[in-house]
Design a protein around this ligand. Sequence first.
Ligand SMILES: [Zn+2]
Ligand SMILES: [Zn+2]
Length: 298
Amino acid sequence: MDKLDNFLQTLKQLPEDEQKIIQSKNIEELDAAEREHQEFQNSFVRGNCYLCHLPLTAFDISKSCLHWLLNPEGFKKRYFEFIYAHYSYFQIESYLRWVANQEIPLQNINALSQEDTKNKPIELTICYKSLEWSFSCSESDLQGHKASRYGQFSHYHFQMRIAEKPFINYTDFHIPFTEGDLFKLGIIRKNYPALRHVFPFGDGMKEALNAEPDKLLENMQLTTDENKSSFHLQTVVTTEPGKPISIDKIEAMIKESQKTRKPLAALAHKYINDASVKVMISPGESVPEIAKRTIRHR
Ligand SMILES: [Zn+2]
Ligand SMILES: [Zn+2]
């Protein structure tokens, strides 16, 4: 049993009143996150940084700040070191998730597991306008590259591209996790049913696709440009023998979809009741691809 399992065991065994205290603390924390996000948003739409209070386009070397990742004039690759000296992995990730969702919700954030790297502790790409940030942490990064000169400690790698051109490469930095980072990462990886790590206001495609499909469909709108879609929908209707679906119903369904811009998949249950309707939801065209990392063996 590791430290995290121990902690959870203790949590479970706490008397009820103490568990209640913890619950109310959690609510307090979520409230604080909501207030912080509000501050972030109010400043962001005015072009200002809620952390250092400078314009988002300003760079002051004496005030290390997360908004530097928006590439204000004067920001250089080597200054990234100041950012991670001040901010933990999860602070950086949350901030960039908030930024991405300012442009368009969900679709700018891709943390979906890839077939070939399913069990990687961290693999994430976030976009905002022409900026693209990616985080990567393999099992070997998490353990530390013991036989190597660099990165013997638990760390992650970071990549930043501006207009598709490399600005910071994965190989440039071995960024140490904080104690808090490692604790949260442990919770995420162990997938405890009772304990979940969330990114308030920072949901991306993975979180959306993990949510209740009905709710997700309910909130979808048709796009006129397929290249800008967040989701792909595939609807399969299987009728029972001898019970064909009337053309009228289908026409009415299409009409409602055109009028309300709701996808057919979201309306199918309303019009088709004597057939089975299956809807497959997958990421759409505009979701950024996970930025690959080529591991070099030396
Ligand atoms: Zn700032
Ligand atoms: Zn590494």
